[in-house]
Design a protein. Structure first.
Length: 166
């Protein structure tokens, strides 16, 4: 079974319930591979053209927006921050922080971190619903205490963010 048929038969019918990001790996090896700009750690001009053609081809074959296709080179750490940003963007609120927490620190942007932190609180608000207004102060205290206990690295950021929301 080809990747296209698996996608069309299994993923596409459930796409609204399943965030999808396509990743083109090893773009440093896309022809002409000797065109890689080592000094600036990015594809050369001819590679950029070929990468864009590949993105357009995948978009067309899978009927997916080009903004959900991320070309990366893990060997050169190229576009890994953009990949983490995109994954955090498409995930449900309750899943965002786990990606940020597990990714290498150098691949996590401030944008992804803020989105993940906001996702935690938005998920709590979604879960609690209308009762949020009644319990928000207690929730902020409990979440802050848990963060201080289990995640000292981010506790101050969460508390500052939480205070600015309320």
């Amino acid at each position: 079974m080809s990747a296209i048929s698996v996608y069309r038969d299994i993923l596409e019918p459930n796409i609204k319930n399943c965030p999808v990001v396509f990743i083109i790996t090893q773009i440093d090896k896309i022809e002409p591979y000797r065109d890689w700009d080592i000094r600036n750690n990015k594809p050369g001009e001819k590679q950029i053209v070929n990468i864009q053609e590949k993105i357009n081809d995948i978009s067309s074959r899978f009927n997916i927006s080009t903004n959900k296709i991320i070309p990366v080179s893990s060997t050169d750490s190229y576009n890994l921050v953009q990949l983490v940003n995109k994954v955090v963007e498409v995930l449900p609120n309750e899943k965002k922080y786990s990606v940020v927490r597990e990714a290498k620190e150098e691949n996590v942007s401030e944008e992804a971190t803020k989105s993940a932190e906001k996702g935690i609180f938005d998920h709590v608000k979604e879960f609690i619903g209308d009762a949020w207004e009644v319990v928000k102060d207690q929730v902020v205290v409990v979440v802050a205490e848990a963060a201080i206990k289990y995640v000292p690295k981010i506790a101050k950021k969460i508390w500052d963010w939480a205070k600015s929301w309320f």
